[in-house]
Design a protein around this ligand. Sequence first.
Ligand SMILES: [Fe+2]
Length: 242
Amino acid sequence: MKQPYQTYTATDRDVWRMLYEGQMKQLPAIASVAYLEGIEKVGFVADHIPDFATETNPRLRALTGWEVKVVPGLIPQKEFFELLSHRQFPASTWLRKSNQLDYLEEPDMFHDTFGHVPLLTNQAFCDFMGDLSQVALQWLHVPEAIAQIGRLYWYTVEFGLIQEEGHLKIYGGGILSSAGESEYCLRDAIPKISFDVRTLLNAPYHIDRYQDHYFIINSYEQLYRSTPDIEEILSETYLVAR
Ligand SMILES: [Fe+2]
């Protein structure tokens, strides 16, 4: 599948610009430095919808070897993890309507692209996703194990927070692409929990509202180094049980 770049309308460009400008008013103070630098490295700007084939992917490939792969929308787990294991990040190409700026049931291009792609410039983060997908591919036959990996992915890649130079910052794409949750997640009243593999593998989550709590990593290397523990816990749990 290719990004149907010529079919974007003036309304689509307006939606991208409104969302981009809205988020860039608040993110410089609250988003991870790696993410903010990533926005510049991939060349995202407000008045231009990124063209994956000619703009985004050549930059990403040169930086980390990753690329954006166009998909029709939500895809089966096997396909999803296979793409990640081949250093391809699945992204849809359609944009939400201007009356859906803050909430969507299914991820659109703004979420997939603005939310996720800038961090694909960070090698440790990319290597974490690559390794996690390799673990997931080994456990496709055990739905409970895949559900656990899904929780870990959810609370890191989608809704993760990182401690950077004494400040709590956002790196999860689900938060970075949501105006409301970007502000909500950092409130003092919302519980924050230190990253711990066993805890994350067992933490249920919501897909239809803001999270009850968020998990904090100290560095992207911490994520990268966590995959052997994930493998070990899954083996302990499911190999012994069978
Ligand atoms: Fe996402």
